[in-house]
Design a protein around this ligand. Structure first.
Ligand code: ADP
Length: 298
């Protein structure tokens, strides 16, 4: 190669250099950009996956807690049920001893006879409470029958009367005795009433000045009957209003938060509504409606 040719080639190579470099740099930059985008996209996917995982972990955790709660409640019902069984056996024994003593002293010892009669009467009251408690706890399908709601309320209050007086509270009943019948499950409706009453008693616990609990039955309109449980307790804080009927919502340290949600589903299964409101003069009113039995609507 001649000197001239060599110089010419070197010149061309020099001229091409930056061009080549520019092209390779652009390619590289493009590649880096592409790879950065890919990494970003993959990161996004991973983040989404992690979020999804986190959400499902939380859900599992919530479900685990719910399950634990339900198990505890189930266990409690089982426990009360077996306790009721245990108690009913000595009660039967006490009754037969008292009756045997009555027979032994028949016609004699009138004071002793009187005492024995008190024992028998109280024994029968306790046995009845246990019987009703066991009926309440028994898992059974709702059995609908024509009912007078005022009678159901009255029976329920009788069941819990000792509890009310021990707590130094008074219950006022305003029961409309002429109401048409409804179709309902007596035990389930009693369960709702017991829950509303015991919640009211607890709400009145704090303040010894609040004593009165009012239970009223009335006809709301042609097709509907209304039951109100009105207390003079602490009332419901506004922020709790929407949560009251949710599963496991409780403001009590030992609460289960199941009573109101179960009560609402029972009332809804009866075709009614269960609601709550604060009273203008303090305390809360829980009220539910149930439809009149069509056969008795007139
Ligand atoms: P629990 O009694 O175990 O807390 P409930 O479902 O029966 O469960 O009640 C849920 C919550 O509703 C209670 O913890 C309480 O905050 C509120 N509540 C229920 N009844 C009343 C009432 N009569 N007055 C004020 N708050 C009430």
């Amino acid at each position: 190669m001649t000197m001239k040719k060599k110089k010419l080639m070197a010149k061309r190579k020099k001229a091409k250099g930056p061009l080549l470099k520019n092209v390779t740099r652009r390619n590289l930059e493009k590649k880096v950009r592409q790879q950065t985008n890919e990494i970003r996209a993959r990161n996004g996917q991973l983040k989404k996956g992690a979020d999804r995982q986190k959400r499902s972990d939380l859900k599992i955790e919530e479900q685990r807690e719910d399950l634990l709660h339900v198990t505890r409640v189930g266990k409690l019902a089982e426990f009360v049920s077996s306790l009721a069984h245990e108690i009913s056996q000595p009660l039967t024994a006490i009754l037969s001893y008292a009756q045997a003593a009555q027979r032994m002293f028949a016609g004699r010892e009138p004071e002793l006879q009187e005492i024995l009669q008190y024992i028998i009467n109280d024994n029968q009251r306790a046995t009845e409470v246990i019987r009703r408690l066991r009926l309440l706890l028994k898992k059974s399908h709702p059995s609908l029958e024509p009912l007078n709601i005022s009678t159901v309320v009255n029976d329920t209050v009788e069941l819990i009367m000792t509890h009310i007086t021990v707590r130094n509270k008074v219950v006022k009943l305003e029961l409309d005795r002429g109401l048409p019948s409804i179709r309902g499950d007596r035990i389930q409706l009693q369960q709702v009433l017991l829950n509303l009453i015991s919640n009211s008693l607890e709400a009145m616990e704090e303040n010894s000045d609040s004593r009165e609990l009012l239970i009223r039955t009335s006809r709301k309109d042609t097709d509907t009957i209304m039951v109100e449980v009105r207390d003079s307790g602490c009332g419901i804080p506004e922020e709790n209003m929407t949560k009251l009927f949710s599963h496991f919502f409780t403001s009590k340290p030992d609460g289960l938060g199941m009573g109101l949600s179960i009560s609402r589903s029972i009332i809804e299964a009866h075709g009614g509504r269960l609601e709550a409101k604060n009273n203008p003069d303090g305390g809360a009113t829980f009220y539910f409606t149930v439809p009149v039995d069509k056969k008795d609507a007139s």
